[in-house]
Design a protein around this ligand. Structure first.
Ligand code: R5P
Length: 294
């Protein structure tokens, strides 16, 4: 087995190659004077090749390079190309919220198949059902919740795990199971035009307790800031925050720490100052689940 590392692998490809006992092949990359990307796989491949490539900023360049890597791997002799994407960009636009919008997750996923991907492992894609909806190749979505929960185990002690909205409840449920704690969710609404988020407090007894809020993405930090403020107002002792993808745009970290968050931690799906755990183990679990297809 070969594992291909690109400039968007963030060290995860090397971790996986070691765990799999596979040969690590580093793609050569450059940018042409006119701004176009160039990528080459400098070795002959064969059998199954795993490409580990995340889609963090600049997302459009990242996506183009992933398509190039898939095609290059096939051209270099790979019989099967398995793609592992630690962070799938454009996944939040999974329907036409406003008339005239594209469904970007559909474009991203269908493009991978067109380029030649034979199987796909995603890490905490915004809506896993997008994979079933748009892909015909074998696929699996994995959650790094165990790793994130374990990171907070000692700090949290006897606390509660909360999802910032109902859609994120499965993460809170899994983290709570790992930690042996109770879980719940907060009600969130977002204005699709202005982007304003509001959180209505639920009947959750967080008084005097440590709270772990777990979500898929921290982007501007607005969702977490609101959730943290609301929990502290309700008497929580400490608020900890875990997320899979720390996009952290527009001073997000300052924003959430300013609201009183004691500590925020994320995975390495996106390079960030709060990256504390790796998604490598979760990807391995995903490869195991689709092993018959690869
Ligand atoms: C939304 O549905 C997602 O699960 C996240 O809650 C959201 O993307 C976080 O964005 P922000 O940090 O900008 O509030």
């Amino acid at each position: 087995m070969f594992v291909v590392a690109t400039s968007f692998s963030n060290g995860i490809a090397a971790k996986l190659a070691e765990k799999l006992g596979a040969r690590l092949v580093r793609a050569e990359e450059k940018t042409f004077p006119d701004g176009e990307s160039y990528l080459r796989i400098p070795e002959k491949l064969g059998g199954t090749t795993l490409i580990v490539h995340s889609l963090y900023a600049p997302q459009d360049v990242a996506y183009m390079k992933l398509l190039m890597a898939i095609d290059a791997a096939k051209g270099a002799g790979a019989d099967r190309v398995v793609v592992a994407i630690p962070y799938v960009a454009y996944a939040r636009q999974d329907k036409r919220f406003l008339e005239g919008e594209p469904i970007t997750v559909s474009i991203v996923l269908r493009g991978l198949e067109t380029a030649g991907a034979d199987a796909l492992v995603t890490v905490d894609i915004h809506q896993p059902r997008s994979l079933d909806e748009w892909l015909s190749i074998p696929h699996v979505n994995v959650l790094p919740v165990k790793e994130l929960a374990d990171y907070f185990r000692v700090k949290l002690g006897q606390g509660v795990v909360l999802a910032p909205d109902k859609g994120a409840l499965h993460r809170a449920e899994e983290a709570a199971k790992v930690l042996g704690l109770s879980y719940d969710y907060l009600e969130k609404t977002r204005d699709r035009v202005t982007g304003e988020v509001a959180i209505s407090p639920k009947e959750i007894d967080v008084s005097g307790k440590n709270v772990l809020i777990i979500d898929d993405i921290i982007s501007t930090g607005g969702t977490i800031a609101l959730a943290a403020r609301s929990m502290l107002k309700m008497g929580a002792a400490n608020v900890y925050v875990a997320c899979t993808h720390a996009l952290l745009v527009k001073g997000a970290l300052d924003r959430i720490y300013h609201e009183g968050v004691k500590e925020a931690a994320a995975t390495d799906s996106v390079p960030s100052p709060i990256s504390k755990v790796s998604v490598a183990e979760a990807i391995l679990r995903g490869l195991q689940q689709i092993r018959e297809a690869i």
